[in-house]
Design a binder for this molecule. Structure first.
Ligand code: MCN
Ligand code: CUM
Length: 797
């Protein structure tokens, strides 16, 4: 592995030569994880706890005729069976989705996707609950399924959402961004227009730990404690309070260690509600934990975008505009998690990293008989689809113009002096130096040499491909006036307290699923206060112990919560100044800060360390007016804008001409996420994301047969990459701080998942181009590559 170490300046520290905190500090959470001592939802065992299991629909579309639960209830180990009818009585049969639609918690009228929740059994143990599912007798009247989004708007398509009043079709929304007329004019004036259909198939985040909950309702004081696999415990609590009618102060949501989320754990699944109802009904705690097939078939999928792309340019390669029409398959309920204003997420960042004259996109959302959810899987709210589209289109243009794809990109990048850059669909990119990052990536790759090698290999009949992707992301949602979930604005709180002995605790509203927040957020505090990171405890994941905030997704923890933590630490530092002044019997304005200590200007030997001030704060000295005796503070941070990290990725593949098997031989990833808090964690995030990218590019897909059966319901069918399929990642970085973030940091958690698939697919098309191949859809399985090599399924560009 090559790591190109470059100096990381930290402008906020006022010191050009010091990395944030302790640089490559090892993760504080790992001692428990590597020893198998993490504490996950399924590790929770409460006295008297019962187990729930969900009966799921075997078909994709069917009218529910009857349910008979008598036999199941007769089983002595079964304590309760809950059906849609029971929930109807409680007003809980339908719950709001995160997109202002409704979703059935349990089917009352009609099954709308295979794997949908039909009944809930609560039993003495997990096995009994599972076994009892077979004793429930359900009669279905099977209806024709609709699993092809292209047919969703046909006049004779079955209407899936007949529960919605007056609904006669499967149309959810039309959404557009950019200026259509201006874009048409630019296209009319262009020398070259290239069009291509680009499909991003349905995939699944498939975290190692599936979703689950333990609900513990105390009938005496009416308090619900809900242990959940949640990326956003506070948002869940507020929504639970609104839906279930339990007063918010009586709800405590705890998200303990989480074994990966990747967007899968943003939504509120019927299982969480059912465990809660189960606990209320039985008066005992109820655990519900999905198995792998339930996770793959019924929880948030990702992508499922059919994109018609068009790119316009001059004949010498100046890109003028981009235009696209997208068909978005949202499944049976519109449950995508994204800001209300943006039904297609942040897809309108599809103008990428290029300085364009015009751009326009239109996205049409439709219902199909597939599982709802959507957006999830390290996507930055649909940026994944956007980046895939633009990077495929730029490569198609390069082929048409017979230009090198790196050269074409370099020619069209937004230039450093153009930042802050307003793009044509409404974003303002904060900062960037794209050319520098691209050139570093080319240097690590030895790009010119690779092209020479490719020529030689081609002459020998070998299929070697080089693919590039340059992406810009929009991460760190807020500000809250533009971004919300169900009206809850996207901002985050932080509370910091320095204990009398100088150790600190910082309470945050975001939730780690493996990203290392206990380490990096301690590093931010350490940087600001000079307290060693090991002396700072990061508390998260418990709504009774942490301030309100919207949680972790869209790589927003560092951009938003990280900003909150830096600001709350600065507030504590300010308060410490007043206390130090009282201790030193001087005026606050006569003090100066150096890491960890306030001292008298001009007399550095006279000062007080953070630990001394913390003790002083609770001591006997007289404090100045308005300063109370505790070294603590709280803030809510509403970011002024998103952050726009970016990266230059180069992929080298070899395709076996005899079998169509693709081998990713090299992958070079140069990322820029602004100020880097912990380079080791960043590298881990990038490695993970690149591995996701190999999975999506080569093997992952959730498909359906014409009867609506989900063909990706197990890891035998839904393939994920292993160490065998990934190369030694070669990573590098540049540092262009975000000008508006308190420490200049941008997010990194999804960059590599977003950026890598187009590089891999572009490399495959490049490898196959001597055979006349101009396009291929993911996943590029040996069968698909073989088809393309035979000249099938690849229309001319
Ligand atoms: N970081 C840093 N310096 C920066 C930016 C980030 O050191 N300039 C560190 C952060 O402090 C944090 C980690 O890198 O420890 C990721 O930070 P960030 O980019 O803010 O992303 P989030 O913490 O908000 O994590 C969410 C993001 C998303 S949305 C998905 S999806 C995803 C991802 O993180 N899911 C993950 N990475 C994952 N990694 C693991 N192990 N598990 C998941 O479920
Ligand atoms: Cu879109 S997956 Mo992450 O934002 O939790």
């Amino acid at each position: 592995m090559t790591i190109v170490e470059e100096h990381t300046p930290n402008p906020a520290a006022g010191d050009e030569h010091r990395p944030i905190g302790y640089g490559r500090l090892q993760r504080k959470e790992d001692p428990r994880f590597v020893r198998g001592k993490g504490h996950y939802v399924d590790d929770i065992v409460l006295p008297g706890m019962l187990h729930g299991a969900i009966l799921r629909a075997p078909v994709a579309h069917a009218r529910l005729v009857s349910i008979d639960t008598t036999q199941a209830l007769a089983n002595p180990k079964v304590v309760a069976v809950i059906t849609g009818k029971d929930l109807e009585g409680l007003g809980l049969a339908w719950a709001p989705t995160l997109s202002y639609d409704v979703q059935a918690v349990l089917v009352t009228d009609k099954v709308r996707f295979q794997g949908q929740e039909v009944a809930f059994v609560v039993a003495e143990d997990r096995y009994a609950a599972r076994d009892a599912l077979e004793l429930i007798d359900v009669e279905y009247e099977v209806l024709p399924p609709l699993v092809d989004a292209r047919k969703a708007l046909d006049p004779d398509a079955p209407v899936i959402r007949d529960d919605l009043e007056g609904r006669t079709d499967n149309h959810i929304f039309d959404w557009e961004a950019g200026d259509a007329a201006e874009t048409d004019a630019v296209f009319a004036s262009a020398d070259v227009v290239v069009s291509q259909e680009v499909v991003y198939p349905r995939v699944h985040p498939a975290p190692m730990e599936t979703c689950g909950a333990v609900a513990d309702f105390d009938p005496i004081d009416g308090k619900l404690t809900l242990y959940e696999t949640s990326q956003a415990p506070h948002a869940h609590r507020t929504i639970f309070a609104m839906v279930a009618g339990i007063p918010e102060q009586k709800i405590r949501i705890v998200s303990p260690d989480i074994g990966g989320g990747f967007g899968n754990k943003v939504g509120i699944y019927p299982g969480y509600i059912l465990a809660t109802v189960g606990s209320i009904v039985t008066g005992r705690p109820v655990k519900w934990m999905e198995d792998r097939s339930e996770n793959l078939m019924s929880t948030s999928f990702a992508r499922d975008y059919i994109m018609q792309g068009e790119i316009a340019a001059t004949k010498d390669g100046k890109i003028l505009g981009l235009r696209t029409n997208v068909l978005a398959d949202h499944g049976a309920f519109n449950a995508t998690a994204q800001p209300t204003k943006y039904p297609a997420g942040f897809f309108h960042i599809f103008t990428g990293s290029y300085d364009l004259q015009a751009a326009y996109c239109k996205v049409t959302g439709v219902y199909t008989n597939k599982a709802p959810g959507g957006v999830a899987y390290a996507c930055s709210f649909r940026v994944t689809e956007a980046v895939y589209l633009v990077e495929r289109m730029v490569d198609a243009l390069a082929r048409r113009l017979d230009m090198d794809p790196a050269e074409l990109r370099l020619k069209n990048f937004i230039r450093p002096e153009q930042f802050p850059y307003p793009n044509k669909t409404g974003w303002e990119y904060d900062s960037g130096d794209y050319e520098k990052t691209m050139r570093l990536s080319m240097e690590i790759a030895g790009y010119d040499e690779l092209r020479r090698e490719q020529e030689e290999r081609r002459a020998r009949g070998e299929l070697m491909g080089i693919g590039i992707s340059f992406f810009t992301e929009t991460v760190g949602a807020g500000p809250r006036k533009h971004m919300d979930i169900l009206g809850l604005g996207m901002a985050d709180g932080a509370e910091l307290r320095v204990h009398p002995t100088g150790k600190a605790v910082v309470r945050i509203s975001v939730q780690s699923q493996g990203q290392g927040h206990e380490t990096t957020f301690a590093q931010i505090v350490s940087e600001e206060l000079g307290i060693p990171p090991e002396d700072i405890q990061v508390v998260h994941g418990d709504t009774d112990q942490t301030p309100f905030g919207l949680g972790t997704y869209g790589s927003r923890s560092t951009p938003v919560s990280g900003g909150a933590v830096a600001l709350v630490a600065r507030k504590v530092r300010e308060k410490a100044k007043f206390i130090a002044a009282a201790m030193l019997e001087t005026r606050p304005e006569d003090l100066e800060w150096e890491k960890g200590r306030w001292f008298v200007k001009g007399d550095p030997s006279v000062g007080k360390t953070m630990a001394e001030i913390a003790l002083g704060a609770v001591g006997t000295i007289e404090l100045p007016e308005g300063i109370d005796g505790n070294l603590d503070a709280e803030v809510t941070y509403d970011p002024p804008n998103l952050t726009f990290p970016y990266g230059a990725y180069i992929c080298v593949v070899d395709v076996d001409p005899g079998t169509g098997v693709v081998k990713v031989r090299r992958f070079i990833a140069v990322d820029d996420c602004g100020t880097r808090i912990n380079p080791m964690i960043i590298e881990g995030q990038v490695h993970g994301g690149l591995t996701d990218g190999v999975g999506m590019a080569l093997m992952e897909i959730i498909e359906f047969d014409e009867d609506g059966n989900n063909l990706g319901g197990s890891f035998m069918d839904y393939l994920i990459p292993t160490a065998m399929e990934v190369p030694n990642w070669e990573t590098g970085y540049t540092v262009t701080p975000s000008p508006h973030h308190p420490i200049g940091a941008k997010g990194i958690g999804e960059s590599a998942t977003v950026g890598s698939p187009p590089a891999i697919v572009n490399a495959i098309i490049d490898a196959l181009s001597p055979l006349g191949v101009t396009t291929i859809d993911m996943p590029c399985t040996p069968a698909r590559v073989w088809e393309a090599m035979q000249g099938r399924a690849t229309p001319p560009v």
